[in-house]
Ligand binder design. Structure first.
Ligand code: TYM
Length: 345
């Protein structure tokens, strides 16, 4: 890893939605396009994370390829040696380091993770151990490559903070083993954002847009038929204040639409709010957002249909070789530190 590393991954367990796209894919892909050369960009598919909640395993291979195609359609270049595209399970060091770091992680730390608490409240005792210690695997994904910048949506911030904690703890116990990723505020600054992104469900704007939502009504998938997506926006839940304003507490639905429009245009929220502030016909405002979404999805899907699977397989092969080499170096350093391998003489 001679260059600083930027890294992110998106679970392959369903189609990706616009929250995944704007929260994690676009920031890293924009950086990959503009700054590869200065940085190594790792875009990976956390397939081991895919079944921390129940999935149809016969579909997993398909979902992994689907994720890779979505990355490429979003603009990930495959012909640049500073950019790696790999599958987590093809780099066994991820699992090995997870076991080691599990032994330095407290049950209490994992139990406090909001995402775990949310999901366990639904599943009770049936919750898998994999979901419980999923942040440790995520920390290993990051630490194996010494990644400094990790673009993620707001819901993953706590896991990033845990990564910093465990890295710092291991460094003080065993000398400098790991590069600690930058603190969250610095991450936002690097990706040109004031804060973490959280796109809300269109039908229930009190909840984040999620792949595992009970209903698809409020979720716009990147592969949604553009007409269907248009309808989802036209039926988005709003409020009865009849005035377009960006106020996520009082007007979460309208604020979410303002945010989505700002992201589609690549403009600051303030600019979009100013352009439509006070507009009293929500239907008209929704139509503006819905039309732009329809256009975006149409363009995206035409790129998606041109993605070559052969190019993806080629990138996997090349990248997984490099990823294994880099990850194994870190793993060996840790194995030596914890006494699993003799110290270097
Ligand atoms: P996952 O697969 O649930 O989500 C992928 C990315 O999308 C972001 N995201 C959102 N951003 C904004 N608004 C939303 N509504 C929204 N929903 C999801 C997530 O924050 C995430 O960045 N544990 C991770 C995957 C992972 C990973 C990693 C990420 C595994 N190892 C190492 C970074 C580094 C996850 O489950 O994300």
């Amino acid at each position: 890893m001679s260059k600083p590393v930027i890294l992110t991954g998106l679970r392959a367990n369903n189609d990706l939605h616009i929250g995944n796209y704007f929260g994690a894919m676009l920031p890293i892909i924009d950086t990959a396009k503009q700054r590869a050369g200065e940085y190594q960009v790792n875009m990976f598919i956390p397939d081991l994370h895919s079944f921390t909640t129940e999935i149809d395993h016969s579909q997993l291979q398909g979902h992994v390829m689907n994720n890779a195609r979505l990355y490429v359609a979003s603009g990930l270049p495959l012909d640049n040696h500073d950019i790696l595209l790999y599958r987590q399970s093809y780099v066994p060091a991820h699992s090995e380091l997870t076991w080691i770091l599990d032994c330095f992680t407290a049950m209490g730390e994992m139990s406090r993770m909001t995402q775990f608490k949310d999901k366990s409240s639904k599943l009770g005792d049936r919750i898998g151990v994999g979901l419980f210690n999923y942040p440790v695997l995520m920390a290993c994904d990051i630490l194996l490559y010494g990644a400094q910048y990790v673009p993620v949506g707001d819901d993953q911030t706590q896991h990033l903070e845990f990564t910093r904690d465990i890295a710092g703890r291991m460094n003080s116990k065993f000398d400098d083993l790991f590069t600690v990723p930058h603190e969250v505020a610095k991450q936002h600054e690097f990706f040109g954002k004031g804060q973490g992104l959280r796109i809300m469900d269109l039908a229930d704007p009190g909840k984040k847009m999620s792949k595992s939502a009970d209903s698809d009504k409020g979720v716009i998938f990147l592969t949604d038929n553009p007409e269907v997506a248009h309808k989802k926006i036209m039926s988005a839940t709003t409020d009865d204040l009849a005035s377009v304003n960006y106020n996520p507490i009082e007007q979460p639905g309208i604020s979410n639409l303002i945010q989505i429009l700002a992201l589609l245009r690549g403009h600051p929220i303030d600019d979009v709010e100013q352009a439509y502030k006070g507009m009293d016909k929500y239907g008209d405002f929704k139509r503006i957002v819905a039309d732009e979404m329809k256009q975006f999805l149409g363009d995206f899907q035409s790129k998606l249909s041109g993605v070559s699977d052969d190019a993806i397989h080629g990138a996997f092969k090349r990248s997984e070789e490099v990823a294994n080499e880099q990850a194994n170096q870190t793993l060996l350093r840790v194995q030596r530190a914890v006494g699993l391998r003799p110290k270097e003489s």
